[in-house]
Design a binder for this molecule. Structure first.
Ligand SMILES: NC(=O)c1ccc[n+]([C@@H]2O[C@H](COP(=O)([O-])OP(=O)(O)OC[C@H]3O[C@@H](n4cnc5c(N)ncnc54)[C@H](OP(=O)(O)O)[C@@H]3O)[C@@H](O)[C@H]2O)c1
Length: 290
C-alpha cells in the first residue's frame, strides 16, 4: 500500500561533514536530519547500538543531547520502534482525579517531549488524553517537524471538535475497533479500523497500520491506560518515566498491568537515568532481548 504520509528513508549510520565541535543546536539538527533522512552540517556517526561519535568533538550541551537521543535513531529490522513516555508524581500519578496534568513535570521535560515528537514519525495518544487536554501534538518548543498525530479511540466515543481533528496543522489518524468504524473521516482526520483483542484493540495491529504508512518511529505520549495497553501486549521497545518531586496522593495512575503473583515476576528492564531539571527520567529498554 502506498503510504498516505510518505516519509524519506534513512539509516542509523550517516557521515556528515563538519569542521568544528558540535554545539547543542547543531547536534539537534543532526539528530533530526538522521531521523528523517536529511543532511546535517556535522560529522556525526551513530552505530547500530546507538553509540555516537563526532570527529570534530561535541560540547557539553551537544553531548548531553546525543547521549539521550542517539539510541532513538537505531532500528532493528523492518518493524517500527515504539517508545512511550509518562510524566508522573513520586506516588505514580499522571493527573489529578479530575484529569488535570498540565504540568506535573518541569519545563525541561516538556521540551523533551517535544524533542521526542520531532524525532518520531507518529505521536500516539489515547482518547482520554484528547478529552482532558485537547492537545495539539505538534512540535513547538524545539525546532523540528510535526509527526503524524494518532488518536486511539477504540469505541469512537470522542466528538470531532478537538484541535487535532480541526486545526489542520499535521496529518491526523483516528484508530478505532473495526466494528466501530462508522465513517471514514472525523473533521480533517482519517478514521482507520483495527481488529479487536480482548477488551481493547490489537496494538500490534496499530503498529503494523502505522508501519504501512511509512512510520519507523512511534512515540506513545499517554495517557497511562494507552501506554499500559501497548506494554501489556508486548509492543513497547522503550518506556520513559519522568518522575517529578511532587505528591498527589490520589489521581490517575501511570502504569496499570495485570496483578503479579510473585515479586520475581516484576519487570526489571535495563535502565538509563537522566536528570531533567527538577525531574528524573528513567529510560527503560523493554525489548525481550534486553
Ligand atoms: N503526565 C503524563 O505523562 C500524561 C500524558 C498524557 C495524558 N495525561 C493525562 O492522563 C489522563 C488520560 O489518561 P488515561 O490513562 O485516563 O487515558 P488515555 O490512555 O489517554 O485514553 C484511554 C482511555 O480513555 C477512555 N476514553 C475513550 N473515550 C473517552 C471519552 N470520551 N472520555 C473519557 N475517556 C475516554 C478509553 O476507553 P475505551 O478504551 O473504552 O475507549 C480508555 O480507557 C488525562 O487526565 C491527561 O491529562 C498525562
Amino acid at each position: 500500500m502506498e503510504p498516505a504520509f510518505p516519509l524519506p528513508r534513512s539509516g542509523p549510520d550517516a557521515f556528515l561533514a563538519a569542521a568544528e565541535p558540535l554545539d547543542e543546536a547543531a547536534a539537534w539538527a543532526s539528530l533530526c536530519a538522521l531521523a528523517h533522512g536529511g543532511r546535517a552540517a556535522a560529522r556525526l556517526r551513530v552505530d547500530p547500538c546507538g553509540t555516537w561519535t563526532s570527529e570534530g568533538g561535541a560540547d557539553k550541551g551537544a553531548s548531553e543531547l546525543l547521549d539521550l537521543y542517539a539510541c532513538f535513531l537505531v532500528r532493528r529490522g523492518a518493524r517500527p520502534t515504539v517508545f512511550a513516555h509518562l510524566g508522573q508524581s513520586l506516588d505514580g500519578r499522571i493527573a489529578t482525579e479530575s484529569g488535570e496534568s498540565t504540568y506535573i513535570t518541569c519545563p525541561a521535560n516538556v521540551d523533551h517531549m517535544h524533542r521526542m515528537r520531532a524525532l518520531a514519525d507518529a505521536v500516539v495518544v489515547g482518547a482520554g488524553t484528547v478529552r482532558h487536554d485537547d492537545p495539539r501534538l505538534t512540535v513547538r518548543r524545539v525546532p523540528g517537524r510535526h509527526p503524524l498525530r494518532v488518536v486511539i479511540d477504540t469505541e469512537r466515543r470522542l466528538a470531532d471538535h478537538y484541535a487535532v481533528f480541526r486545526d489542520g496543522q499535521a496529518p491526523t489518524l483516528v484508530v478505532c475497533a473495526a466494528d466501530r468504524q462508522d465513517r471514514e473521516r472525523m473533521g480533517e482526520a482519517e478514521v482507520a479500523p483495527v481488529a479487536r483483542r480482548g477488551e481493547t484493540i490489537d496494538y500490534e495491529a496499530v503498529v503494523a497500520l502505522l508501519a504501512g504508512r511509512g512510520c519507523r518511529r512511534i512515540f506513545v505520549e499517554g495517557g497511562g491506560i494507552t501506554v499500559s495497553r501497548f506494554l501489556a501486549q508486548g509492543c513497547l521497545d522503550r518506556l520513559q518515566v519522568a518522575v517529578a518531586p511532587m505528591i498527589l496522593g490520589s489521581g490517575r495512575p501511570a502504569l496499570q498491568l495485570p496483578p503479579l503473583t510473585a515479586l520475581s515476576q516484576a519487570l526489571r528492564p535495563p535502565t538509563r537515568i537522566f536528570r531533567m531539571g527538577a525531574d528524573v527520567l528513567f529510560d527503560c529498554d523493554m525489548r525481550p532481548s534486553a
